[in-house]
Design a binder for this molecule. Structure first.
Ligand SMILES: [Zn+2]
Length: 134
């Protein structure tokens, strides 16, 4: 048995067994799974969990900012446990979504000409394209 992933200590977020399981699955394989993929992965360790419960757990984790929801066009929502500010890059050849870190010292907001004092509550960078060959 491997140690469970540490559950983020977020005020107001109760660590139910099911939320812990969902979070563990997200941490275990950080490939931005959909809710259905999380459900498929969780079934071995928590066979009694339903897809509806997985959706609820994911929604709660997103609401409490323990997990990020990633949306590419009309595709199903995907989930990312990386809370460091970053962008997402979808490889058109494979459909895989990669985390792209910001260059050191750069904040996403620095790229935009915003009026001083603007408060950003949500900013996402989603890129699509092809990765360099070899
Ligand atoms: Zn991510």
């Amino acid at each position: 048995m491997s140690d469970p992933a540490p559950f983020p200590n977020i005020p107001g977020l109760r660590m139910t067994k099911q939320r812990k399981e969902v979070y563990r699955v997200l941490m275990e394989q950080r490939d931005h799974p959909t809710a259905t993929e999380v459900y498929d992965r969780i079934k071995n360790s928590a066979p009694s969990i339903s897809l509806a419960t997985v959706y609820n757990c994911l929604e709660t984790l997103v609401d409490h900012k323990a997990v990020k929801q990633v949306n590419f066009e009309r595709g199903p929502s995907r989930y990312c446990p990386n809370l460091v500010e970053h962008g997402h890059f979808q490889d058109e050849a494979t459909g895989k979504i990669h985390d792209i870190n910001l260059k050191e010292g750069v904040s996403l907001c620095d790229l935009l000409d915003l009026p001083p004092g603007t408060h950003i509550s949500n900013l996402e960078i989603n890129l699509k394209g092809s990765l360099p060959q070899n």
